[in-house]
Design a protein around this ligand. Structure first.
Ligand SMILES: O=C(O)CC1=CCC(=O)O1
Length: 259
């Protein structure tokens, strides 16, 4: 199992697809792991060398407790890219993964070709994240599972895919609460809104018509307005778009990244 050790964490990464194709890094949301992208992989693997990374404390990656920052999480991505031998890449990130992508685009623009921001934002209500962090640290993951699942996936998806829904929920509840809190702190403390106008790479913003967490209004629209030249596509999906609309999302990514 390929793992890279960084200070206070150990990061699991995995390469798929064609090693002679352009590199694309796929990042997950808080509370999910690289499996979030499984359903989209068949549509992407012919086009890219795909690097997936479990965010610290998620999936098979471990981490010591603490309040993490987007800068730290972006450095984790660079460490995994270095370990995988990828000097330059594009990046597609869902939610927290998109926030990490924006931070990386600002701090290490020389590494990044193109950026796809999926169901994400430059700012989320710090007070509500503070409450969530406190709850998860005192009561554990189960205490916030209904809240998170209600934001992750739509009722329609649950009705048609109960087994997938249950897997996402089970993985969510079994993850390390301290790591969730640490990544929650990175979301609470993010400082992107006044800086993203300096993102210089081509950027695609994807929003979900059923996403109650980071909808177009108030989240995607701000990214489109602030990031120079950013384009926008709306998908019929809730927050975890790679699960709800894998083929459509992959189609958007291929068109954007190969265009
Ligand atoms: O609101 C949620 O729980 C969804 C979410 C916000 C950031 C992220 O990565 O997922």
């Amino acid at each position: 199992m390929p793992v890279v050790k960084v200070p206070h964490a150990s990061l699991y990464w995995k390469l798929d697809g064609r090693d002679d194709a352009p590199a694309l890094i796929l990042l997950n949301s808080i509370g999910t792991d690289m499996g979030l992208w499984d359903a989209a992989l068949p549509y992407l693997r012919e086009h890219f060398a795909l690097l997936r990374i479990d965010t610290r404390g998620h999936g098979a990656s471990t981490a010591e407790p603490g309040d993490y920052t987007l800068q730290l999480l972006a450095e984790d991505v660079l460490a995994a890219a270095d370990a995988a031998g990828l000097s330059h890449f594009s990046l597609a990130g869902v939610s927290l993964g998109g926030m990490i992508g924006m931070e990386l685009a600002l701090n290490s623009p020389d590494r990044l070709h193109k950026l796809a921001l999926i169901c994400t934002s430059a700012t989320m209500d710090p007070a509500s994240w503070n409450d969530r962090i406190a709850k998860v640290r005192t009561e554990g993951m189960a205490a916030i599972a209904d809240l998170a699942m209600g934001r992750f996936l739509s009722e329609a998806f649950l009705a048609g895919n109960p087994a997938v829904y249950e897997t996402v929920r089970r993985n969510f509840i079994s993850m390390d609460a301290e790591a969730y809190a640490g990544c929650g702190a990175a979301i609470r403390d993010m400082d992107l809104s006044n800086r993203i106008s300096r993102i210089a790479c081509p950027t695609l913003v994807v929003t979900g018509s059923r996403d109650s967490s980071t909808p177009y209004e108030g989240h995607g629209d701000y990214l489109v307005a602030q990031i120079p030249g950013a384009s926008h596509c709306l998908l019929g999906a809730a927050h975890l778009a790679p699960l709800e609309a894998p083929a459509a999302l992959a189609g958007l990514l291929v068109s954007f990244l190969e265009g």
